[in-house]
Design a protein around this ligand. Structure first.
Ligand code: CA
Length: 241
């Protein structure tokens, strides 16, 4: 099956979404991996429940595609454990179930999956579910422009303006600003910012965060405008006045 290719803008936005696909059937896993990568997602895979749990606890993905029947730890048990974890309870999960497992599907939703598709499914159907779930749970990821009190970030062109003046941000400052604007008013520790913004970099010291926050402040405030980045003593940083 050939997927219609997505327009560049959608790919741009998905590029930030790390998807973990958990499936023990290798041909299906390869097919899914191929299609998610083609659509611009970053993809990691696991072939059993324990391996998946280990990967998730090590670094949480942005989206989880989870097979129901898995060796070692079932999809449903994995789902239950994820939902019990405070840090992971909002992770979007789409479950893959076999035909005729109606009861299982219900249990799956009770356990905390956001949606499910029944095997055999078309890739188009799964992608439609993925989009719907992301729109519902992480609406910011389907937006192309973020704005907050005069600051406008175009996620497609990567252009940032404040009160219509163009700002020049380095790549890390850009990612930080996007993350803050997707989470207005929430306080993040340095470690959390490292996890979310520096995702794939092997080792970065927490104080590196302070350096980039300082640069971001300089770029967006130009020493004269209102500072929306709040330093929260002994906790971390928060964006929003
Ligand atoms: Ca399976």
């Amino acid at each position: 099956e050939i997927m219609p290719s997505l327009v560049g803008s959608e790919m741009c936005i998905r590029d930030r979404l790390k998807t973990l696909i958990v499936e023990d059937e290798s041909s299906l896993l390869e097919l899914l991996k191929f299609n998610f990568i083609k659509d611009g997602f970053k993809v990691d895979t696991a072939t059993d429940g324990e391996m998946a749990l280990e990967k998730i606890l090590n670094k949480a993905p942005d989206l989880l595609i989870l097979d129901w029947m898995l060796p070692k730890l079932s999809g449903i048990e994995l789902c239950r454990r994820i939902r019990k974890n405070k840090e992971l309870k909002n992770l979007p999960i789409i479950m893959l179930t076999a035909r005729g497992e109606e009861e299982d599907r219900l249990r799956g939703l009770e356990t905390g999956a956001d949606d499910y598709v029944t095997k055999p499914f078309s890739v188009n159907e799964l992608m439609a579910r993925v989009k719907a779930v992301l729109r519902r749970i992480r609406p910011m990821f389907t937006e192309e422009v973020l704005s907050y009190k005069g600051i406008v970030v175009d996620l497609v062109s990567h252009k940032v303006t404040r009160d219509s003046e163009t700002l020049h941000l380095g790549p890390t400052e850009f990612n930080l600003l996007v993350f803050f604007m997707e989470n207005i008013g929430r306080v993040f520790s340095r470690e959390q910012l490292l996890n979310h913004v520096w995702k794939d970099e092997a080792y970065v010291e927490p104080r590196t965060v302070d350096v980039h926050i300082r640069r971001l402040r300089k770029s967006i405030n130009n020493d004269v405008k209102e500072d929306f980045i709040r330093t929260v003593r002994s906790a971390g940083y928060c964006f929003g006045s």
